[in-house]
Design a protein around this ligand. Structure first.
Ligand code: FE2
Ligand code: FE2
Length: 135
């Protein structure tokens, strides 16, 4: 069973980004699956690092896309990406370097919430802007 499924509420109206969000959900699910299956810590750390690599790429891709359509909210969006990346790197580091062998509820909450909140509340804005250009 997957922890997250992509559904229409996460649709940002830009298919390329929807596709990347589905991939992102897959990476998050992999972390939860390893964690709940009792995988060795090193494996969970590896899946968190894979997720971080993909997130970093995705943020860059999204920022390039927003620049390409001259989205006026680009700078504010970039700042939010920066904050998310800092928080995530911190939580990942705490897990990797700490004694825990399962991810904390704080980290798990972060992964569950930031994704849906950021995609629904923030990413949809560049999608709405892109749609308005086509009218
Ligand atoms: Fe974003
Ligand atoms: Fe995104």
């Amino acid at each position: 069973m997957s922890f997250f499924e992509w559904d229409k509420s996460l649709d940002v109206s830009v298919e390329e980004m929807n596709e990347q969000h589905r991939t992102l959900i897959g990476f998050i699910n992999a972390v939860f699956e390893k964690d709940s299956a009792g995988a060795p810590k090193a494996e969970i750390v590896k899946s968190i690092e894979d997720l971080l690599t993909f997130v970093t790429q995705h943020f860059q891709n999204e920022e390039h896309y927003m620049a390409s359509i001259h989205f006026p909210g680009l700078e504010a969006h970039k700042k939010l990406h920066g904050n998310l990346a800092v928080d995530m790197i911190k939580l990942a580091g705490n897990f990797k370097n700490g004694p825990a062998v399962r991810i904390s509820s704080e980290f798990s909450m972060f992964l569950k919430l930031w994704l849906s909140t950021h995609i629904r509340g923030i990413d949809t804005k560049y999608g709405d802007y892109a749609c308005s250009l086509q009218k």
